[in-house]
Design a protein around this ligand. Structure first.
Ligand SMILES: Nc1ncnc2c1ncn2[C@@H]1O[C@H](COP(=O)(O)OP(=O)(O)OP(=O)(O)O)[C@@H](O)[C@H]1O
Ligand SMILES: [Mg+2]
Length: 278
């Protein structure tokens, strides 16, 4: 079918249809990926929790015996050094196991009523010595008073992890900007995860001006043990743990990134009504 001037009439319409179908397909693929990721985390969490528990007992035995050995050996600096090295390695193992345990089942007493601005300020105070002066940490706050129910120590861990990741992404310096907002989650929102019920959520956005991530990295950042950092620098548990903690709060953690420009991580937490806060 053509217009009197000879230009095709339908071409534009069918082009739009194809685009829309492609978009719907992409959206479905994206949701499937999110669901698969959540399931993978679930089963890995159970596995990690079990293994970590056994390791904890083993490392306690190793450390206890090294302590006794240290008392028993004669004053020999060379021997002492060997024992101290072994104890140091075992302690590092124990620290890693503690992180695995958190990742398996985040230990969260959800009874605290938390003010998000206080939480952000306290996390920033914790992170500042690790971040500044190489990187600037700017807190923008948000409208009104934002209350959530949860564990301040677990949520601080999430934010500190995000700040440290942002720092690592800005070896030549840059700025971390933390802002707060509220969203009404409907199924239409681009980064709305499938498992979250609709409703109002507080959002803490952590934005950096760092390297950003190419899509093939972005896809894997919530996989346990995925890291692009040198051995000894990163264990690849920061983000999976952070996501597990966010989920345990009925929330979510999402990431968006532009290579060469930077990344935005958004921590979503369900809004606590004034009535529930009392
Ligand atoms: N803000 C960011 N900018 C660029 N890349 C990031 C950012 N945050 C995370 N990443 C990428 O995601 C990977 C995984 O992050 P995650 O925090 O889980 O582990 P890690 O930082 O490598 O190690 P860990 O946190 O256990 O010390 C990082 O190695 C990095 O490649
Ligand atoms: Mg990290």
């Amino acid at each position: 079918e053509r217009a009197p001037n000879g230009r095709p009439l339908r071409a534009v319409g069918s082009f739009l249809n194809i685009t829309r179908r492609k978009e719907a397909e992409l959206e479905r693929e994206r949701l499937e990926l999110l669901i698969r990721q959540a399931q993978k985390l679930e089963s890995l969490g159970v596995l990690a929790g079990g293994v970590a528990h056994d390791f904890n007992n083993l490392l306690t035995a190793v450390l206890g015996n090294l302590y006794l050995l240290r008392q028993a050996v004669p004053e020999d600096p060379a021997l002492r050094e060997l024992i101290d090295d072994a104890a140091h390695a075992a302690e590092r193992g124990a620290a890693l196991v503690r992180r695995l345990l958190t990742f398996g089942r985040p230990d969260i007493a959800q009874d605290e009523v938390l003010d998000l601005d206080t939480l952000v300020a306290e996390s920033a105070a914790l992170a500042r010595p690790m971040v500044e002066p190489q990187v600037k940490l700017v807190i923008q706050g948000g409208p009104g008073r934002a209350l959530v129910k949860g564990s301040s120590s677990a949520l601080e861990q999430v934010l500190v992890n995000l700040f440290v990741n942002a720092r690592d992404a800005m070896p030549d310096g840059g700025t971390i900007t933390v802002s707060r907002s509220t969203v009404m989650l409907t199924s239409k929102r681009r980064w709305a995860p499938p498992e979250l019920p609709r409703g109002r959520y507080h959002v803490i956005a952590v934005r950096d001006t760092g390297t950003g991530m190419p899509p093939d990295v972005l896809e894997k950042i919530f996989d346990p043990f995925f890291t692009t950092k040198p051995v000894g620098r990163g264990s690849g548990l920061g983000l999976p743990t952070a996501l597990a903690i966010a989920r345990a709060h009925g929330g979510w953690l999402s990431a968006e990134s532009t290579p060469g420009r930077g990344s935005i991580f958004r921590l979503l937490l369900p809004v606590l009504d004034d009535g529930e806060a009392r």
